[in-house]
Design a protein around this ligand. Structure first.
Ligand code: NAP
Length: 260
């Protein structure tokens, strides 16, 4: 399945390269990077923006450009690809059938990853047209992500809302917690330190103990105590139970729109 051609090496393509490097998954010499403004020094050892003729060596093509420009980004590439190259797209919303048609009928897998692939702790929701394409997607993401196979392509919209976008929800929560802590009198630096360490510790505890989030929540929530008072706000009317379905609906609608 190598060499791997990355069309786009921005935040997500770059995160994958970093994760593969740290996991020792694919030698950097097996990577071909095509991204017009990339600094070759960031990908030493890879073939960076080679002449189009060199792209015929690629066995796997990772489509990692913005959904809005994917068609123009592949136009001059497709005629140079090997007939049996497998396409793996991480572009939000863009349908496998459209990608396959634009790539001359080649097999396609779609993956919705998260940025933590950079440290081998990503998540990857995977859908593929064919078993071979699914195997290629598995091989790309197994070294850096927890994988979930989807048996219907339309579920990728939901997976994007629940997983691909979700790291940003957590970071927004931490930002808000830090700001709220400063708002109730903590020094901003102390609030940031407390908020970040608390969230990281809580996530680590969830991972280490294997207990349900609801059980862990109960362990923190003394009857009639401070946590119960705060959760009445966060989980009451207008709280998480209302907000998250609305947020997921918004992400899903945007994912569908990006697919055209
Ligand atoms: N970021 C995430 O958390 C995440 C998660 C899951 C999936 N995705 C998907 O991953 C894809 C990339 O997202 P991203 O966040 O990595 O965006 P990004 O940081 O903008 O990366 C895209 C890269 O593609 C480059 N590019 C532009 N035109 C190109 C062309 N013609 N050929 C090759 N490369 C080209 C861009 O260069 P310039 O910046 O110079 O234009 C940029 O470096 C999107 O489709 C997105 O839906 C992202």
């Amino acid at each position: 399945m190598t060499p791997i051609l990355l069309l786009g090496a921005g935040r997500m393509g770059g995160a994958l390269i970093q994760g593969w490097r740290e996991a020792g998954a694919f030698p950097v010499a097996d990577l071909i990077v095509r991204d017009p403004n990339v600094d070759p020094a960031a990908f030493v050892g890879a073939l960076v923006n080679p002449p189009l003729e060199a792209l015929s060596a690629a066995k796997t093509v990772l489509l990692a450009v913005k959904p809005q420009i994917w068609r123009e980004a592949i136009e001059d590439v497709v005629p140079h690809l090997a007939p049996d190259a497998v396409i793996v797209s991480i572009a939000a919303g863009v349908r496998a059938a459209d990608i396959s048609a634009a790539f001359g009928g080649r097999a396609v897998a779609r993956v919705m990853p998260t940025t933590a692939v950079a440290i081998g702790r990503g998540t990857a929701s995977i859908f593929a047209d064919t078993p071979d394409a699914r195997s290629v997607a598995h091989a790309l993401f197994a070294p850096v992500a927890t994988m979930v196979d989807l048996d219907r392509e339309d579920l990728l919209h939901a997976a994007t809302a629940v997983s691909g976008s979700a790291p940003a929800y957590l970071y927004a929560f931490v930002e808000a917690l830090e700001a709220a802590g400063a708002g109730v009198g903590l020094d901003p630096a102390a609030s940031a330190k407390l908020a970040r360490a608390t969230i990281i510790g809580a996530a680590a505890l969830m991972e280490a103990g294997g207990e349900e989030p609801s059980e862990l929540r109960k362990q923190v929530t003394s009857p009639g105590g401070t946590t119960a008072a705060a959760l009445a706000v966060l989980m009451g009317e207008g709280g998480f139970g209302d907000l998250l379905p609305r947020a997921l609906d918004a992400a899903i609608a945007r994912s569908k729109a990006l697919g055209g």
